[in-house]
Design a protein around this ligand. Sequence first.
Ligand code: B12
Length: 463
Amino acid sequence: MTQAEASGSFGRDVPRVLLVNPWICDFAAYDFWAKPLGLLSLAAFLKKSGLAVSCIDCLDRFHPRASKTDPSARNGRGPYLKTPIPSPRGLEDVPRTYSRYGVLPEWLREDLLNTPRPDLILVTSLMTYWYPGVAETISAIRQIFPNAPVVLGGIYATLCPEHARRTSGADEVFTGPGEEDIFNLVERHTGFSPDRSFDSKNPDDWPHPALELQRKINYAPILTARGCPFSCAYCASRFLTPMHIRRSAGSVLDEIALRHKDQDVLDFALYDDAFLVNSENHAVPILEEIIRSGYRLRFHTPNALHIREITPSTAKLMFDAGFETIRLGLETTAFDDRNNLDAKVCAEEFIRAVNSLKAAGFERNRIGAYLLVGLPGQDMDAVSASISMVRQSGITPIPAYYTPIPHTALWEKAVQSSRYDLEADPVFSNNAILPCRKEGFSWKVISRLKSLCAGSCDEYAGS
Ligand code: B12
């Protein structure tokens, strides 16, 4: 069975488009609010334009052939099925098990065989170092549909297009946001000109992401804006989405209402890079609308909030709107020495934010601060100092292991400081191996961090 869903007009003469979220290959992966939002956004465009759309999610945790019990699931999150596979070349010495996360290859094969023959296949991608899973997925698709054109897009494709062209097996590698070009792409590959009855430049006019293509909607990802006005040295947001485009509060609430009333969603994961920036004109009206709606929902901010923007009033609004998990993009408490990283926050702003959140009613275990670990040249003592300072402030430190990313300001330094040839192969950028540590990966370092955080480090998220 596939997660297929017909569009309104499933006529024989409209092209069929198959969208695929590929496997992850990594040393660790967990569904910490991870949905293929980019793919589902494009699926909504295609559905609205009358194309026949189906979707296969290789990371589907609710596949009918998977075990029904999911004891560790929390608020809809949970572990992926995993299959150990050999480590990639060059990483054989890492003392961790490398796995393919997601459905078994034979289940994917059956799902593909049960899918009506597509005229075009769109595959997405996320982390650069997950590309082996992308290539394997495309190869599995090719075995069943050797003649359908396969287009690869998404974050890996955008950050490493040349590598993707060489190794992914796709017919075309597409870079950047897809909304403006998706119809040209369909026309180019199928000869069919889709109905363009909405404005692809205006996010308020966009259809809501086609989450209904997922087998089970355990939580909903939501984006109230695209992009970020900052250019932090470790982050690729500005490169991936050069524009900072915001949706209106009305459009955001319309999506929340749809998810809650029609799809029974209670948990929302905010994917924004800059939700609180310019909050008077953006977050505040959205939060007020949520409060006015009277819905009792839970919002989570795994992608972190900008600390500087948290005031007593925004904290209170978030609390009243049902924000459940607060994650702060702190990165380090070496406030006087962070100019080469970002200009996001100073010590006073951090203390003010923490006090505001606590005064609003958030308890310690609901407020976590991400701290970057494994930056080029970073001393572990600096990380320990940051952890103690966060603990002293009365909130929870959460290590975020650094991933070097091409097209960011820190990339060159990362390349110089890494024990791997980062430019030769994106697989070496995996944050699970601490690629910028000269001394190599060590469980001792990870255990020490865990003990300093005292049980609070169960997360693998936060960019
Ligand atoms: C939301 C998010 C998360 C979520 C999960 C997302 C998920 N689905 O798994 C959370 C918060 C859990 C998360 C965690 C992490 N993240 Co993150 N995350 C993001 C973020 C902010 C947005 C991604 C997103 O959904 N965008 C919205 C959708 C609509 O956009 P999109 O996917 O790009 O799709 C568009 C286009 O790419 C294109 N497109 C996509 N697919 C296709 C296919 C075709 C055929 C076509 C034509 C077009 C196309 O069209 C779409 C619509 O415009 C990005 C930064 C960014 N601004 O992109 C970082 C980012 C992807 N994360 C990053 C990192 C580092 C991490 C962490 C490792 C952080 C850490 N140190 O712990 C963890 C790892 C998580 C894990 N599972 O292992 C890095 C990537 C690093 C890398 N090497 O690739 C990014 C780029 C941020 C950064 N630092 O620069 N993340």
